[in-house]
Design a protein around this ligand. Structure first.
Ligand SMILES: [Fe+2]
Ligand SMILES: [Fe+2]
Length: 162
C-alpha cells in the first residue's frame, strides 16, 4: 500500500470516529467516552507517523508543510478542549463539531494538495514509505494505552486548575 493510501485510509477512520461521536445523544455517555478515547488514540498515532515519516519525506512542499504543522497544533488544542468538556455538557457536541470541521479541512487539504505532490517520489518509494507508516502505526497502537493515560491525566490536571 502506498503512503498516501495508508494515510487516506487512516483519515477515513478519524473522520468516521468524529462523525459517530457527533451523532451520539446525551443519553450515550459511555459511548461518547469510548469514541472520544479511540479518536484521541488514533489522532495521536496519525500525527506522529506523519511527523516522523511522511512529512520529512515529501519533497518541495515547504509552504504546505508549515501549514500542516500549524493545523496539527490547532487540532491538538481542539482535542484538549473536547477532553476537558464533560460528555454530558451542553456544549460537548458543538465542540466535537468544531474539531470535526478542522480535521476535515486538514485531511482534505493533505489529500488534495500534499498527496498529489508526493507522487513525485515514485511508486517504489511510496510503497516503501507506506510499509514504514503501517509498521509504526501498529507499533504505536500497541504502546498507545500508556501515552493516552498520560495525556488524559494532563488534561484532567488542566481541568482541575481551571
Ligand atoms: Fe496531517
Ligand atoms: Fe493526515
Amino acid at each position: 500500500m502506498k503512503a498516501d493510501d495508508v494515510l487516506t485510509a487512516h483519515h477515513d477512520v478519524l473522520r468516521g470516529l468524529l462523525r459517530d461521536l457527533a451523532g451520539t445523544t446525551d443519553a450515550q455517555a459511555d459511548r461518547r467516552e469510548e469514541l472520544r478515547e479511540e479518536f484521541l488514540r488514533q489522532i495521536e498515532i496519525h500525527a506522529q507517523i506523519e511527523d516522523e515519516i511522511f512529512y520529512p519525506a515529501v519533497p518541495d512542499v515547504s509552504p504546505l508543510l508549515s501549514l500542516a504543522h500549524a493545523e496539527h497544533r490547532q487540532i491538538d488544542d481542539q482535542v484538549a478542549t473536547v477532553l476537558r468538556t464533560p460528555v454530558d455538557h451542553p456544549q460537548f457536541v458543538a465542540e466535537v463539531r468544531m474539531l470535526e470541521a478542522t480535521v476535515r479541512h486538514h485531511t482534505m487539504e493533505e489529500e488534495q494538495r500534499m498527496f498529489p505532490q508526493s507522487h513525485a517520489l515514485g511508486d517504489a518509494r511510496l510503497e516503501e514509505l507506506g510499509r514504514q507508516l503501517q509498521d509504526r502505526q501498529r507499533e504505536l497502537a500497541r504502546s498507545g494505552g500508556m501515552r493516552l493515560l498520560i495525556r488524559l491525566k494532563r488534561a484532567t490536571l488542566r481541568l482541575t486548575r481551571a
